[in-house]
Design a binder for this molecule. Structure first.
Ligand SMILES: NC(=O)c1ccc[n+]([C@@H]2O[C@H](COP(=O)([O-])OP(=O)(O)OC[C@H]3O[C@@H](n4cnc5c(N)ncnc54)[C@H](O)[C@@H]3O)[C@@H](O)[C@H]2O)c1
Ligand SMILES: [Fe+2]
Length: 438
């Protein structure tokens, strides 16, 4: 008997306030919740920009609430760093609302704190199986206002929280609709100080979100689900397509310029227009992939980051007092993207070529309209923004492929979103071919 296929797709998003100056209105927006105690979550690098302190003062002045700042979110959070933040939230609480100011690292840390100051148990009770127990939160969470300072993750609008489980050398996450921020405040002026490599790496994250959700298996090509089986990621669909396409067009006109401006040392305010376009691209891609899902490059990125060798990226030097090596998330995602999209081309040629046209609207990259076109466009962007030339450049070799395949294979939730059925051999092929791109 034929399995019936899906006819329904879903879409959800936080309320959104966007544009230069938007972060000066957070106090007003929190008045609606009658807040008396507010927790601001940030990391040391973002705290040094002064934005979290300014937002904390503004919230206190507008609401009369007591505002407590936690500024020790770890860049690329771990189970240990999230537990520290949760303990802070539990011991310093109760709070009526949380404001996250920072990149994906601070926003995800705030999501974990929000989950565990409102629900019983430990972090691992909620982490995705098989690493954790994948329990669903029983109680509603506090209002969470997410204020991104990077142009990348889209974490301000997604239901996920990513963390590195140190003992297992594995990146995984918590995913539940209740984790989605109540409100996203996207103020591009906060991103003007984003360093060049952070702009490059988090920009590759935007690009991969848009591309992976655009090429994700179409919602109606999946088996039908019962209402209780629906998950936030439902495959590409007419609404997520619109956001992904717009994000790619914005990247085409602003990504290289934003990184060049950060690298040039010119007055950051000169780059206001391209920073604003990048901020829109990040949020729009988040609104797309946060509903459609991501697939092969993100599945491979988890073990690439989790099994890091000795690589230490520029501009992330202050990320951690213990000086641990890292492959930043967006960089990790991009390192296999050209080869992943070469593999998936046959499953959806029209979409791969349409994406290549959106990213390279003037045909500056010369490659024929076939499986090589999108990989060539991606490699050209990676080279121009200063991403390392493949897995070998961040320390991996042929001998690491089996372990990387094992780590990527564990991300079945993501692999199921790929436009074609994936095997372990497919993943090994993508990883082997990604040692060097140009
Ligand atoms: N929840 C999601 O939906 C989602 C999606 C993708 C990635 N992620 C996760 O997000 C994390 C990566 O987040 P990210 O790429 O936004 O970077 P980040 O939050 O890790 O920040 C990177 C570095 O930039 C600094 N920084 C941030 N904004 C700055 C600014 N305006 N000026 C100066 N310095 C600034 C930070 O202090 C840090 O050193 C990873 O852990 C990744 O797995 C989450
Ligand atoms: Fe990502």
């Amino acid at each position: 008997m034929a399995t019936s296929t899906e006819t329904v797709f879903t879409y959800a998003a936080p309320s959104l306030k966007m544009g230069p100056g938007a972060s000066a209105e957070i106090g007003h927006d929190l008045l609606a919740y009658g807040v008396r105690r507010v927790l601001v979550v940030t990391d040391p690098g973002v705290a040094a920009t002064g934005h979290p302190a300014r937002i904390a003062e503004q919230v206190a002045a507008a609401t009369g609430a007591e505002v407590v700042v936690f500024d020790r979110a770890r860049v690329e959070p771990t189970d240990a760093s999230m537990i520290e933040a949760v303990e802070f939230g539990r011991s310093e609480g109760p709070f009526d609302a949380i404001v996250a100011v920072g990149g994906g690292s601070s926003i995800d840390t705030a999501k974990a704190v929000n989950l565990l100051v409102t629900n019983p148990g430990d972090l691992m009770d909620y982490v995705n199986a098989p690493v954790g127990k994948a329990q669903a939160p029983q109680h509603p969470l506090l209002p969470l206002v997410a204020v991104p300072t990077t142009t990348g993750t889209g974490a301000e609008s997604t239901t996920i929280c990513v963390l590195d489980v140190l003992a297992l050398e594995v990146k995984t996450g918590i995913s539940h609709a209740r984790l989605r921020p109540t409100m996203a405040v996207v103020d591009p002026d906060l991103t003007l100080t984003q360093p060049a490599m952070v702009t490059a790496s988090s920009g590759m994250d935007i690009l991969s979100h848009a591309l992976e959700s655009y090429t994700a298996r179409w919602y109606a090509d999946q088996p039908a689900k019962r209402p209780e089986q629906r998950v936030p990621y439902c495959g590409s669909n007419p609404i997520s397509d619109a956001w992904s396409e717009k994000a790619m067009s914005l990247l085409a006109s602003s990504f290289r310029a934003a990184v060049n401006a950060a690298r040039s040392g010119e007055d950051p305010s000169e780059a206001r227009t391209v920073r604003e376009q990048m901020a829109m691209a990040a949020t729009f891609a988040g609104l797309g992939f946060g509903n459609a899902g991501v697939h092969v490059p993100h599945a491979c990125a988890y073990p690439i980051a989790g099994r890091v060798k000795g690589y230490r990226p520029e501009d992330y030097v202050d990320h951690d007092a213990d000086g641990a090596p890292m492959v930043p998330h967006g960089m990790a995602v991009s390192l296999t993207a050209p080869e992943a999209f070469r593999l998936t081309f046959d499953a959806a040629p029209t979409r791969h070529l349409a994406a290549a046209r959106l990213l390279d609207p003037h045909g500056a990259v010369s490659a024929p309209d076939g499986p090589d076109r999108l990989p060539a466009v991606l490699a050209s962007i990676m080279r121009d923004v200063g991403i390392p030339n493949g897995l070998a450049a961040v320390g991996f070799g042929e001998g690491d492929v089996d372990a990387l395949v094992e780590g990527a294979w564990a991300q079945q939730r993501l692999l199921a979103t790929a436009p074609r059925d994936m095997t372990q051999e497919d993943l090994a092929g993508v990883l082997r071919a990604s040692m060097e791109h140009w």
